[in-house]
Design a protein around this ligand. Structure first.
Ligand SMILES: NC(=O)c1ccc[n+]([C@@H]2O[C@H](COP(=O)([O-])OP(=O)(O)OC[C@H]3O[C@@H](n4cnc5c(N)ncnc54)[C@H](O)[C@@H]3O)[C@@H](O)[C@H]2O)c1
Length: 418
């Protein structure tokens, strides 16, 4: 298989996770991309990732601190994988398209609709591929969840209920997850949630929400980062930071289909943490898939009762995974993979699927599943919730996507001078 030369731009925590995903793709025997360079404003970070790549992939990618230099010295590189912090995406992606690269950009595409539109404009001019890194829907259990809903197993969807509460006053993952202009935790995690909700239920039309910043001071707790991906920089995290990004958003969602959602994102919850998720339809209910865990799905159908695990597969006889996910997860029809595929492997497999799709799209000109418009809508729903809280009224996604109202986004756009 021809391997398209690519570079990772952004060698922090997620750069490391993407590297492990490339390892999984190489091991699958279906690699269609090859890491040949790493670029980061911080040369030490780029070198750290290049060292890890050498250990993991067997060859050391070349190190750069600017994409312009990289493009001059390695004109063979066809695509960049942008894993820089969220606030920089619009700028980095714009430059990447101007330099003639295809782009896989981590979510969110940008922090504002205006930022997304800057990227979209540059992408359209370039004629290249733009894929947004939204890997969670690629989990085999999310694919099965979607197939069950589409098959009408729980009937017409009425309601999606989703919530979580945890965090207290700890720094969650990394300090910039508490800075509005770089990518607050609600948007950072929220675009994932929204992507899955709309994947199952169709587009959201309107949001009514209340948001808060309960904890303006955050403290370095016992856990920092995700797994061990950020350990290398743990000493750089200050003991205390000033936070200005929302840490609680409680939203009511109206879907175009007529269904209704309730979504609680609470990152300043002290005491007992909590998490729930449920989809209710006209014939039954199901708990949405928890990605990367592989837990069996359970549907509860009126007059039938509970159906769980492999038996769920009988409800969707035509459900099959594509070749690469089937190879990575062990079968093209999976009722669960818990206990068989460890969390860490599931994590790298999902991102490996993104890389593979990027390679395919470059090779045959097809459009990625999560394209610029899906990425922008995922962001727009989050920002509609934040805008709704500022205005004290329901806000439509159309208003946000058309920038008819942008009071929440205004200070972010001003910060980035866009
Ligand atoms: N899909 C997921 O599950 C998932 C998980 C975690 C993070 N992410 C996303 O990945 C992105 C990166 O997150 P992270 O936690 O790795 O951040 P991070 O702060 O750990 O790393 C960012 C890196 O980008 C570099 N950088 C910043 N601006 C740059 C520029 N203009 N050019 C080159 N390098 C630059 C920094 O020096 C740093 O090394 C974010 O957008 C985040 O939302 C996605």
């Amino acid at each position: 298989m021809v391997r398209i030369p690519i570079a990772i731009v952004g060698a922090g925590g997620m750069g490391g996770r993407h590297l492990r995903a490339l390892g999984a793709l190489y091991e699958s025997g279906m690699a269609n991309v090859e890491l040949v360079a790493v670029c980061d404003l911080r040369e030490d970070n780029a070198n750290h990732l290049a060292d890890l790549a050498e250990q993991m992939l067997g060859s050391r990618p070349q190190v750069f601190t600017s994409m312009e230099t990289m493009q001059k010295q390695r004109p063979d590189i066809e695509a960049v994988d942008i894993t820089t912090d969220s606030g920089s995406h619009h700028k980095v992606a714009e430059i990447a398209f101007e330099l003639g690269y295809n782009v896989l950009c981590e979510k969110p595409l940008s922090l504002t609709v205006r930022g997304c539109n800057r990227v979209i404009e540059a992408w359209k001019k370039s004629g290249k591929v733009l894929s947004v890194g939204e890997q969670e829907r690629r989990d085999p259990m999310c694919r099965l969840n979607k197939a069950l809903i589409d098959a009408g197993v729980i009937g017409k969807p009425y309601a999606f209920l989703l919530g979580s509460a945890s965090g207290g006053s700890d720094i969650i993952i990394w300090p910039w997850r508490h800075y509005k202009n770089i990518g607050g935790i609600f948007v950072d995690a929220g675009v994932h949630a929204v992507d899955q909700i709309m994947y199952y239920m169709g587009d959201i039309e309107e949001v009514f929400a209340v948001s808060k910043v309960w904890e303006p001071k955050r403290y370095k707790g016992e856990r920092i980062g995700v797994a061990n991906f950020y350990d290398h920089w743990a000493k750089e995290v200050p003991d205390e930071i000033d936070a200005d990004a929302e840490d609680m958003v409680i939203s009511t969602l109206k879907f175009k289909s007529g269904a209704v959602g309730q979504w609680t994102s609470f990152y300043a919850a002290h005491g007992e943490p909590m998490r729930y998720g449920m989809i209710y339809g006209s014939k039954g209910s199901m708990e949405p898939a928890k990605q990367r865990r592989g837990d069996p799905l359970t549907v509860t159908i009126d007059g039938v009762g509970k159906i769980s695990g492999d038996e769920v597969l009988e409800l969707v006889p035509d459900f099959h995974l594509d070749e690469l996910p089937a190879r990575l997860f062990g079968s093209d029809r999976i009722g669960s993979y818990a206990g068989r595929v460890p969390f860490e492997d599931a994590d790298r497999f999902l991102v490996a699927l993104e890389y593979y799709e990027l390679g395919q799209c470059i090779a045959d000109g097809t459009t990625p599943e999560v394209d610029a418009y899906v990425g922008r809508k995922d962001l727009a729903v989050c920002n509609a919730a934040l805008e709704s809280s500022v205005l004290g009224r329901p806000v439509t996604i159309e208003e946000i996507e058309n920038e008819q109202t942008a009071e929440y986004e205004a200070s972010i756009n001003a910060h980035w001078k866009i």
